[in-house]
Design a binder for this molecule. Structure first.
Ligand SMILES: C[S@@+](CC[C@H](N)C(=O)[O-])C[C@H]1O[C@@H](n2cnc3c(N)ncnc32)[C@H](O)[C@@H]1O
Length: 216
């Protein structure tokens, strides 16, 4: 779509795959520092605190993989074969024994049984997928009752100034490949997950750690 034309985030899975085929070769040298590193570390430690078997949605190039303790069992999925190939290479080259599997899969249609995991993580994924509430519902389905769901994401700001900037950027959502004005309330609408913690991350609170729990 043309830069600047209005959009309601029309990226389908094929468009996302194409976008990440372009990003994959440069991802670790750009997004790895642009997207707060602290967020990945906190997501991994929060998820691992009460979990042995963990699923990571949109695992990307696998930047989070070495951050999980060695005695956990980690399964990662991603829709982009190019990003996933880099995660597989990272796990192989760094001999990451905690990685039990890395598979090509849509986070909105997971091929896992209900309650398969103790925790589910999605770092910088929710504003990239066309239907974030459906992805959250899938995360909740495959998480065991009493288990944790940990997200790191940019959510629309609560200050007037930030909201203005985000609304101005929203027509570029398809071009950017993510939704600047995506709100936390939109994600949680209709969800039965309980909010444990919502913590803005440094610098500037541009990203937020959200810790949710599935009712037991
Ligand atoms: C911004 S990257 C984040 C990658 C990684 N979590 C990180 O922290 O660097 C978003 C990732 O989500 C993946 N993704 C987008 N839509 C997806 C979907 N429907 N199912 C699975 N993965 C998806 C993309 O391919 C990409 O690897």
């Amino acid at each position: 779509m043309a830069l600047g034309s209005p959009s309601a985030f029309g990226m389908d899975l094929e468009a996302i795959r194409r976008a990440y085929a372009r990003y994959a070769p440069i991802y670790d040298h750009t997004f790895s520092w642009m997207l707060a590193r602290q967020g990945r570390r906190l997501a991994a430690t929060t998820a691992a605190a009460r979990a042995r078997v963990i699923l990571e949605l949109g695992v990307g190039t696998g930047l989070t993989l070495p951050l999980y303790p060695a005695d956990r069992r980690l399964v990662g999925i991603d829709i982009s074969p190019d990003m996933l190939a880099l995660a597989q290479r990272r796990a192989r080259e760094r001999k990451l024994g905690q990685v039990a599997g890395l598979s090509l899969m849509d986070a909105g249609n997971l091929a896992f049984c209900d309650a398969s995991f103790d925790a589910v993580v999605a770092a910088y994924v929710m504003s990239v997928v066309p239907e974030p509430a459906a992805v959250l519902a899938e995360a909740a389905r495959v998480c065991r009752p009493g288990g944790d769901i940990v997200l790191v994401n940019h959510f629309a700001g609560e200050t007037v100034a930030r909201r203005r900037i985000e609304r101005a950027l929203e027509p570029l959502a398809d071009w950017l490949g993510w939704r600047p004005a995506f709100g936390f309330e939109e994600l949680m609408a209709g969800s039965t997950l309980r909010l444990v913690e919502r913590r803005p991350l440094a610098p500037f609170g541009l990203f937020t750690l959200v810790h949710l729990r599935k009712p037991a």
